[in-house]
Structures are given as structure tokens and as C-alpha cells.
Ligand binder design. Structure first.
Ligand code: ATP
Length: 306
């Protein structure tokens, strides 16, 4: 029997690996709308993670040679700290997260994690230590539980529930008629952007990676949802090296450092307080956003009183 069960198990294993591999790749491409650009170097070693310190050194990058996107960007995310990247639309913020996850390689300069160039390590080992909460999470056509367990296949039901508590989505799930067994995705229950992002956060909580990339949803969220997501993220990013790609400024106030990207270069950097005091680009973005939020709130109050 042993002789038979080994190859059978092996076939099952290979089948699962292939199937999982395909869904991974499909999802990854859907998520970021990119094609496979990078391959492991022959004999690439696994990333050996110590504390998870990230360094971008003089990074130059373009998708199209005629249009440079990053023109010599250098910054560090010390182990356990949070750095936020902000800047006008199209400045290259999300590109920074794609380069760290190595969907593309830099053309000049380097990106290292604990001193190891991301180009020298296997992609598998790199992605194993990074939890990515993308702008728009594509969910599998399967149950909510499956979608969250994907972060760590061996997780128990209790751990999944715990992760959803942290991600502030537990109550929502429990109120669904089929709870955690509700089918979601294209062919199931359609979740809102904020709900999908919280499912992605729960998945990441379960994975518990040393490094976190949060690429905020660009779409406007209502204030309550935004607060819920923010407090979930605060818990998840605590003591983890975190890179926040921020499209809204409310989420970056507590970052250890804020990098203001403009025209492919770092225009300003510092804490929220320091940047406000400088009264430059960040301060004007902040004031503009605050006015917009206040106008929205007033509009909502008017609508509600009608
Ligand atoms: P936003 O705040 O609007 O999301 P961003 O700062 O995150 O913007 P990126 O997504 O990094 O901007 O894109 C930077 C620039 O690179 C944009 O002008 C974009 O059109 C271009 N770009 C992004 N992805 C690709 C791609 N796959 N191929 C070619 N150009 C791209």
C-alpha cells in the first residue's frame, strides 16, 4: 500500500501545486495588469530574512524607455518602521511597490532587503516574506473562508475568524446567511472595494509576513470604512516593516517617514509635522484634501437633513 500511496500523493501534490501556481499567476497578473517580466537568476538563493530592512538606492525605472518613471530614488524603510509614499497621480507610487515585489527589475540602482538585492534571490522566497494588500484585490470564486485561508493554508477556522476580527470584517461576514461559507468573487457575492480590501488584510494577518506593502485603494471610501480599514492596518503594521503607497493623506499622518514623490524624484521627505511646517508640496496637498473632505462632509450633512 505504501508503494502505491507515495506516487498517488505525489501526483496529488503536483496537481495542487500546478493548480495553485496557475491561480497565483492569474491573480497576480489580474491584480497588477502586468506580464511576467523577471526570472530567477540561475542558482539564485533563498532570501534570508533578518529584521526585514528595505533600502532603495538610486533607483531608476521606466516601463517605456522614452518615459522615465523613477529618476534616482533613494530611501530606507528601517526594520519595523512605516514609510509612506505620497505624490500626485502618476508620480510612480505604485511602481515602487511593484519593484519591491519584483514584478519588474530596476534599470539602475538597487533594491535590497536585509542587504540582499532582490534580483539575487528567488522570487518565491521574496514573495513569501512580503504581505501585499493591493489596490484592488481580485477574489477567487470560492468561499470567504477559502479566500482568507489562502494567506496560510494550514490555518484553523478559529484563526481565520481571529484574522477577520483584526481586519474589521468579522461582523459583516457573520451577518451573511452563509457566513464564512459565502461564495464570493465574479460568480459569487460581489464585495465593495472596502470589503475586498479588508478580506485582503485578513489574508495578510493570517500570513503574518515580516514585510508589508499596502497599496491603498484609489477609490473614495466613506469615512467609517476608511477608519475601520485604518485601524485594521495600524494593528497589522505594528512592528512590521511597512511600505504604504498612499493615495489619501489621512492614512500617512502616523508614518515614521513620508516620501513625497514628484516627477520621478523625491521632492520632500520627513514626518507629517515637519512637512506641514515646510509649507511645500505636501502641505498644499494636505490642505487641498482637507478642504475636499470638509466639503464632502457638509454635502452629506445637507443631504441627511433633507
Ligand atoms: P496613482 O496615484 O494615480 O495610482 P501612481 O503614482 O501610483 O499613480 P504609477 O501607477 O506608479 O502611479 O504609474 C506611474 C506612471 O507609469 C503612470 O504615468 C502610468 O501611466 C505609468 N505606468 C504604470 N504602469 C505601467 C505599465 N505597465 N506600462 C506602461 N506604463 C505604466
Amino acid at each position: 500500500l505504501m508503494q502505491l500511496s507515495v506516487p498517488l500523493n505525489f501526483i496529488g501534490f503536483v496537481y495542487r501545486e500546478i493548480r495553485q501556481g496557475l491561480t497565483d499567476i492569474e491573480q497576480m497578473f489580474d491584480l497588477l495588469e502586468v506580464e511576467a517580466e523577471v526570472v530567477d537568476r540561475p542558482g539564485a538563493a533563498a532570501l534570508s530574512i533578518d529584521k526585514g530592512a528595505i533600502a532603495f538606492k538610486d533607483v531608476h525605472f521606466h516601463y517605456d524607455p522614452d518615459r522615465p518613471i523613477l529618476k534616482g530614488v533613494s530611501f530606507e524603510v528601517p526594520a519595523g518602521k512605516t514609510v509612506a509614499v505620497v505624490g500626485p497621480s502618476g508620480a510612480g507610487k505604485s511602481t515602487i511597490s511593484r519593484l519591491l515585489y519584483r514584478f519588474y527589475d530596476v534599470q539602475e540602482g538597487s533594491i535590497t532587503i536585509d542587504g540582499q538585492d532582490v534580483r539575487d534571490v528567488t522570487q518565491k522566497s521574496l514573495r513569501a516574506v512580503i504581505g501585499m494588500v493591493p489596490q484592488d484585490t481580485v477574489l477567487f470564486n470560492d468561499t470567504i473562508a477559502y479566500n482568507i485561508r489562502y494567506g496560510r493554508p494550514a490555518a484553523s477556522d478559529a484563526e481565520i475568524e481571529q484574522a477577520t476580527e483584526v481586519a474589521q470584517i468579522a461582523r459583516f461576514i457573520k451577518e451573511l446567511p452563509e457566513g464564512y461559507n459565502t461564495k464570493v468573487g465574479e460568480r459569487g457575492l460581489k464585495l465593495s472595494g472596502g470589503e475586498k480590501q479588508r478580506v485582503a488584510i485578513a489574508r495578510t494577518v493570517l500570513k503574518a509576513p515580516p514585510i508589508l506593502i499596502l497599496d491603498e485603494a484609489t477609490s473614495a471610501l466613506d469615512t467609517t470604512t476608511e477608519h475601520e480599514i485604518q485601524s485594521a492596518l495600524d494593528v497589522v503594521s505594528k512592528n512590521r516593516t511597512t511600505l504604504v503607497i498612499a493615495h489619501r493623506l489621512s492614512t500617512v499622518v502616523n508614518a515614521d517617514e513620508i516620501i513625497v514623490l514628484k516627477g520621478g524624484e523625491i521632492a520632500e521627505r520627513g514626518s507629517h509635522a515637519v512637512l506641514l511646517e515646510q509649507n511645500g508640496l505636501y502641505a498644499s496637498m494636505w490642505n487641498r484634501q482637507r478642504e475636499a473632505t470638509q466639503a464632502e462632509e457638509r454635502l452629506r450633512q445637507v443631504r441627511e437633513s433633507d
